[in-house]
Design a protein around this ligand. Structure first.
Ligand code: PGA
Length: 250
């Protein structure tokens, strides 16, 4: 059985000093558990601080929230995969809904980023999910399949090294969550797409994100199809994050 992933997306919160303080508190209260991994996605300026703080914790991984696909160049404000890797990061969120819908990132750019991340040996966490109008128009699977198209020509071995996060856009930061059963239906469709494209069934990991909190994490993770959670707001306080990371998981 693969371990459950508890991933914290800190968005534009917690600079280096706050990151150090958060991790001091969290690490003193959270001991490694063999059935789970904890992944932190701090802002770029806090990556090195976070990565250095967890070097003695193989159960904890640090990753970036975004990268550029080019190795270097005149791209003011961007970070390359090589730079991110050099901070000690081992994963990157790609195509988060805020990148797509606030910053206008296209499917094509997302696809380039996934390839650049894979080339460094880091794990891309490809985020997919429909907007409210798309859900109401019954287009959820169509949208998710289109977004998975970013992985179209990656072979099975490559797909085995990618994590997918299903985050319905209408559930992010709103307090609304997909029901566990609804989320599981989309997760099952993602798993089928991945295996149909050559991924090994047992290697596919699909996280759920969108208003995950201490009060709903357990019921979401009770679904066989949900391999972990990607958490924004409730990951910003050591208490609520520790509560989420310690919920019972079968
Ligand atoms: P939320 O954010 O938990 O605050 O809804 C999740 C995310 O954007 O990854």
């Amino acid at each position: 059985m693969t371990s459950t992933i508890f991933a914290a997306n800190w968005k534009m919160h917690l600079g280096p000093g706050e990151t150090r303080a958060f991790l001091d508190t969290f690490l003193s209260g959270y001991a490694a558990r063999p059935d789970r991994e904890v992944w932190f996605f701090p802002p770029a300026v806090s990556l090195e601080t976070a990565a250095q703080r967890v070097t003695d914790r193989p159960d904890i991984r640090v990753g970036a929230q975004n990268v550029h696909w080019e190795p270097k160049g005149a791209y003011t404000g961007e970070s390359s995969v090589g730079m991110v890797h050099d901070t000690g990061s081992r994963a990157v969120l790609v195509g988060h809904s805020e990148r797509r819908h606030v910053f206008g990132e296209t499917d094509e750019e997302t696809a380039r980023k996934v390839r650049a991340v894979l080339a460094t040996g880091m794990v891309p966490v490809l985020c997919v999910g429909e907007k409210l109008g798309e859900r109401e128009a019954d287009r959820t699977l169509e949208v998710v399949h289109r977004q998975l198209g970013a992985l179209e020509d990656i072979d099975g071995h490559g797909l085995d090294g990618i994590v997918i996060a299903y985050e319905p856009v209408w559930a992010i930061g709103t307090g609304a969550t997909a029901t566990p059963a609804d989320a599981a239906t989309v997760h099952a469709a993602i798993r089928s797409w991945m295996t149909a494209h050559g991924a090994t069934a047992a290697a596919v990991r699909v996280l759920y994100g969108g208003s995950v909190k201490p009060g709903n994490a357990e019921e979401l993770l009770a679904e066989q199809e949900i391999d972990g959670v990607l958490v924004g707001g409730a990951s910003l306080q050591p208490d609520s994050w520790t509560q989420i990371c310690t919920v019972p998981v079968d």
